[in-house]
Design a binder for this molecule. Structure first.
Ligand SMILES: [Zn+2]
Length: 115
């Protein structure tokens, strides 16, 4: 994929996410109900696809996030971000602390409904 096509690809995905955010925030009740009935299933399917690609191998390492020299232990960044966004009790997690932040340290979020 050349650079221009890749940028167009990224922009299209971000535009779609912006559209969904705007519809969820500003849409009327009917629009939000339609959004929930269609987009939640698409988003959960997307998450499952991404997480499937980052399943640990037989050595407990993520094949997608591991490099040639260094194997990435599970949970990798993708699983950590999924856990933070799907399990956080009070909205979006704080910003990442850098690429060397330990994944296990970032798992300390409460499940929904916990208080
Ligand atoms: Zn991974």
């Amino acid at each position: 994929m050349d650079e221009i096509l890749a940028a167009t690809f990224r922009r299209a995905v971000h535009d779609r996410l912006d559209y969904l955010d705007k519809l969820a925030a500003d849409g009327d009740l009917r629009s939000r109900a339609a959004l929930a009935s269609t987009e939640i299933a698409r988003l959960t399917s997307a998450w499952r696809s991404v997480l499937d690609a980052h399943q640990p191998d037989e050595h407990g390492r993520c094949p997608q996030c591991s490099g040639w020299l260094r194997r990435r232990a599970h949970p990798c960044t993708v699983w950590t971000i999924a856990h933070q966004h799907l399990m956080a009790a009070d909205g979006f997690p704080a910003a990442e602390n850098g690429r060397h932040a330990r994944a296990a340290d970032r798992l300390a979020v409460a499940p929904l409904g916990a208080s």
